[in-house]
Design a protein around this ligand. Structure first.
Ligand code: SF4
Length: 321
């Protein structure tokens, strides 16, 4: 099946306040969620444009008061993949999770950053969030094992100073519970990260860690991808192909919807931004050095977050010959 994927951001409201959140501005969170009528109109439009895969994110999509109706519209419009990217806390309520599935959700990614309660709660700035997520993940796994959810559950983690030395333990813990898909995102120095720079792990500190966790994948029969880690910082660049989220992700249209905040010239009550995620990264969010011209993988590489280079420079990178 040819996938045509759109990810719809429906506003920044969230029940966490992660120290590395990209949509960190408090003002943005106060604007609330975009009304269901706008979201429903956009879903229908995207279905008419031939999209067959939709992802919902925020903020925290599961908090939208009309979440079930929104999912039902995606189902009615025959989207093959209806994906929720969530912090998973609301999935602790098994009946609510069943309602999401009945309404149409068929793929679930949960953001979780540690298998240690104190670290997760510190990172999300919400006491109790770890236990709620864990309960939610167990509920998802139960529905997956029963065949009620078709696609395997994926865990999304942001690599940071408090978890990077225990990524192997994280994988072992959750794979024992039944998780088969892991996505480890390099921290993008944006949003809340700029107020918590001490959480950024330098690429050179990841070298041995990457080696160690890659070695677990065959043994545990799990799928692991990294995002935001250029090929030249992998211990073995031939492996970076297999584990590169950038090379494996579907081309994705991002549709970002927010209620108008009064700061830009705008004729509508909604600020609507639509762009291709991969192109945006290449054109403005990531950068390359002149030496990348000499790199064997230049054509396959997106480069490095430019905000990382602004902070730390280029000394960790070198062209692959
Ligand atoms: S193109 Fe540049 S950033 Fe990308 S892998 Fe090569 S040297 Fe690294």
């Amino acid at each position: 099946m040819q996938i045509k994927n759109v990810e719809i951001n429906i506003g920044k409201v969230c029940n966490n306040n992660c120290r590395f959140c990209m949509s960190g501005r408090d003002e943005a969170k106060k604007l609330g969620f975009v009304a269901k009528e706008t979201i429903i109109k956009e879903i229908t439009k995207k279905a008419n444009e031939g999209y067959n895969s939709v992802g919902f994110l925020g903020g925290e999509f599961t908090l939208h008061p009309d979440v079930l109706e929104i999912l039902a519209v995606a189902k009615k419009n025959n989207f093959e993949i209806i994906h929720i990217i969530s912090n998973g806390r609301k999935y602790q309520d098994k009946e609510f999770l069943q309602e999401l599935i009945d309404a149409g959700a068929n793929r679930f990614s949960v953001s979780v950053h540690s298998n240690q309660e104190n670290i997760e709660d510190y990172l999300t700035q919400r006491k109790g969030s770890y236990n709620e997520k864990l309960k939610g993940i167990l509920n998802l796994l139960d529905y997956y094992k029963q065949g009620i959810i078709r696609n395997s559950i994926s865990l999304n983690l942001v690599i940071n100073k408090l978890n990077y030395q225990n990524l192997d333990q994280f994988i072992l813990f959750f794979s024992r519970l039944g998780i088969k898909n892991f996505r480890f995102n390099y921290m993008w120095p944006e949003g809340n990260v700029l107020m918590n720079k001490k959480l950024i792990v330098r690429y050179y500190d990841l070298f041995n860690i990457i080696k160690k966790i890659i070695s677990l994948t065959d043994k545990l029969k799990i799928d692991l991808v990294f995002e935001g880690i250029p090929h030249c910082v992998f211990p073995d660049f031939s492996e970076s192909f297999k584990f590169s989220g950038e090379l494996r992700d579907y081309p994705t249209t991002v549709l970002s919807l927010t209620n108008y905040d009064g700061t830009e010239n705008n004729n509508s009550e909604i600020l609507r931004r639509e762009f291709n995620w991969q192109k945006r990264k290449l054109s403005s969010l990531k950068v390359k050095n002149e030496f990348c011209q000499d790199c064997k993988l230049n054509n396959l590489c997106e480069g490095v977050w430019h905000t990382y280079i602004d902070l730390f420079g280029w000394q960790e990178f070198k062209p692959i010959k």
